[in-house]
Design a protein around this ligand. Sequence first.
Ligand SMILES: NC(=O)c1ccc[n+]([C@@H]2O[C@H](COP(=O)([O-])OP(=O)(O)OC[C@H]3O[C@@H](n4cnc5c(N)ncnc54)[C@H](O)[C@@H]3O)[C@@H](O)[C@H]2O)c1
Length: 278
Amino acid sequence: MYPELQGRVALITGAGRREGLGEAMARRLAEEGCKVVITDVGAAKGEYMPESAVGTGSEMQSIVDEIITAGGDAAAFNCDVLNPAEVAAAANFAVETFGSLDIWVNNAGIGYLMKPIVEMSIDEWDTVLGVNLRGVFLGIQAAARIMIEQGRGGRIINIGSQASKSGFGHASAYTSSKHGIVGLTRVAAMELGEHGITVNTICPNHVTTGLGAWQNSHFSGVTGRDMNQYMADMRARIPLGRPGLQEDIAKACAFLCSDQATYMTAENMNVSGGEEYH
Ligand SMILES: NC(=O)c1ccc[n+]([C@@H]2O[C@H](COP(=O)([O-])OP(=O)(O)OC[C@H]3O[C@@H](n4cnc5c(N)ncnc54)[C@H](O)[C@@H]3O)[C@@H](O)[C@H]2O)c1
């Protein structure tokens, strides 16, 4: 536990879907004593993001209610990271509701448009890059503007992927967006260091969230393996012998927010059981 996190205000994008990395990070930061703003789209966002794949308003609110029942402090806000006005409004909501903005986690992402390059449409490419990379840019911008004005530093954490470091077939847009976050992290860390704001990215390997379960099913099919074989092959290539858990990512997030990480910035940190090591 990190007592210095008590009372800090943290906003997490894409944190409204049950079993997601965003929910896990929100819960962990709330346990650390942070006041947490859970944001997500709140409703279906068209063909690629049906209600079953997004954090809905009622899911967001139920996570908030559970955090409050457990003694924490939390609030929900609808924010589509494709929309600059909504991202800025979310940042303002955190300040208006809890008095400041100290931690911003760019977690929102989509990984459903998995196709060979020759079959990928421009709209599909734009959708993935829009949510996964432009959305992170907008989050960094909105958070930095407030943190600079507050004048007491801050922490920005992005959720990259193993696809931030390695290439994956059928994932041209996803891999490009997640590689893009690496460069964006480095630039933001350079620009914001003088304000005491650190910017780091966590790069998970596989975690069986709602998105992760869809990817397992999709890629086991694409590679012609049944699910048991697919998961056994996955475990076999991970030195620590298992895929990631939501709590593994939440632990890394809490660490990067803590005073243990005051001299860490511009890092693109693998949390992958050793599967990814560069
Ligand atoms: N699960 C994994 O194996 C894994 C591995 C590496 C990286 N990641 C990354 O972790 C992050 C969280 O993924 P997850 O596995 O928890 O999936 P998830 O589907 O549970 O969570 C993604 C969240 O992003 C939200 N979202 C989608 N489009 C949005 C938009 N336009 N605006 C705001 N929110 C939006 C969804 O509503 C959802 O709540 C993503 O960035 C993903 O790429 C996941």
